[in-house]
Write a protein that binds this ligand. Structure first.
Ligand SMILES: Cc1cc2nc3c(=O)[nH]c(=O)nc-3n(C[C@H](O)[C@H](O)[C@H](O)COP(=O)(O)OP(=O)(O)OC[C@H]3O[C@@H](n4cnc5c(N)ncnc54)[C@H](O)[C@@H]3O)c2cc1C
Length: 359
């Protein structure tokens, strides 16, 4: 709420001014993990667009997450959780609150018979290889999903015939609003195609997965095959966020987009990939508004040609655009964080006080 204050630095002949954000100071005092003010978020995402966060916290312990929740409630600012940012479109106006990402304190894997417990910051492709090397099958598909375990639980990520719901036993979450840790059995997660019913303030910090024994060599061969398929069929050398739209029942979004003649369509620095029509790739200098406008053009073309309204899979955080000068600045614009975006979808950002957030 309170904007950063300007304070003079001391001790030199020329006096300069630095911005001191009291929210940053408070979180630096309360967190073990790193706290950075006015932090670029685009680089934390695979799409590489969007504005900065007022504060970025790398949480290393549960107390850091509790501190983020407390600070957001006190300062009445929104929070957003970022994993690997591989399914995330950050608005050009950035996040006028706290973005939290799990640090190394939330990595690691422990095998216990046919179950594996893992920290939510564990990268899924790394986990897929570790699981294969330990002699468990069925999880090879995860080598193709470049997110974290936490993001994969939230999205019920899946590929090549497998999905998180097939393996999860239970997840550990920390609730930002209460600062408490809870264990959720898989049945309570409301998992469906690329969707979970986890509350917006539930940060997944770990999960237990059930696995089946298998032959490490043949599982590694599966992984190699999946990786080769991906390199051939997806634009992995350009910034993207994977599939932009979910597949409508019984069809493929990529097929519909191609049939609508939208492959290669371009808005500013964003383009529908020539390699895979359900991927949008970005060039240096691209803006989130380019991606949003392209999403709307693709949606309109598919609606017109096939009568199908595509639904976006990519999650949004942050403000749609920078507030115009004199319009109240970022703090006032924060009330728009949960307002529908141009495409009619709410941003995946919550606010401090209970009940005001949206998933
Ligand atoms: C090249 C490429 C290929 C892809 N292929 C696939 C695919 O085959 N199948 C598939 O399902 N997806 C795919 N994706 C999309 C993406 O990798 C998955 O959705 C992944 O699960 C997102 O994880 P993440 O850690 O990057 O989450 P993010 O993108 O950072 O976040 C996604 C959502 O999860 C939330 N979130 C993140 N971490 C946590 C946490 N710890 N606790 C609670 N909420 C959290 C965020 O707030 C956001 O709402 C692909 C992406 C790319 C770039």
């Amino acid at each position: 709420m309170t904007p950063p204050t300007t304070e003079p630095t001391s001790g030199t002949a020329t006096t300069t001014s630095v911005e001191v954000d009291p929210l940053v100071t408070e979180l630096q005092g309360a967190c073990r993990g790193q706290v950075v003010g006015n932090a670029s978020i685009a680089g934390l995402t695979t799409l590489r667009v969007g504005g900065p966060a007022r504060v970025l916290v790398t949480a290393e312990v549960d107390e850091d997450l509790a501190a983020v929740g407390r600070a957001c409630a006190t300062w009445q600012v929104p929070f957003a959780v970022v994993g690997r940012g591989s399914n995330l479109l950050v608005g050009d106006g950035g996040v006028p609150g706290v973005v939290v990402q799990l640090g190394r304190g939330y990595r690691g894997l422990e095998f216990d018979g046919s179950e594996v417990r893992a920290g939510a910051a564990e990268p899924l492709p790394v986990m897929a290889v570790k699981v294969a090397d330990a002699g468990y099958q069925g999880f090879a598909w995860a080598c193709a999903v470049p997110g974290t375990l936490g993001g994969a639980v939230r999205m019920n990520a899946g590929a090549h015939g497998g999905e998180m719901a097939d393996h999860l036993v239970e997840v550990e979450v920390v609730r930002l609003r209460s600062g408490t840790r809870e264990t959720w059995p898989v049945q309570a997660l409301g998992l469906s195609y690329r969707h979970s019913e986890l509350p917006d303030d539930a940060v997944v910090v770990g999960a237990a997965l059930r696995l089946l024994p298998g032959d490490p060599a043949s599982i590694r061969a599966d992984i190699d095959r999946i990786r080769t398929w991906r390199r051939t069929h997806q634009p992995l050398n350009e910034p993207n966020c994977g599939s932009v739209f979910t597949n409508p029942p019984g069809d493929s979004a990529g097929r519909l987009i191609e049939a609508a003649g939208a492959k290669g369509l371009r808005v500013g620095g964003a383009q529908v990939s020539d390699r895979h029509a359900n991927f949008i790739v970005t060039r240096p200098g691209a803006r989130a508004e380019d991606v949003e406008a392209l999403i709307e053009q693709v949606r309109a073309r598919v609606a017109e040609s096939a009568g199908v309204t595509l639904v976006t899979e990519v999650a949004r955080v942050g403000l749609v655009a920078v507030a115009p000068e004199g319009a109240g600045g970022q703090a006032d614009a924060a009330c728009e964080v949960d307002a529908p975006a141009a495409g009619g979808e709410a941003h995946a950002t919550g606010t401090g006080p209970a009940g005001e957030g949206s998933a």
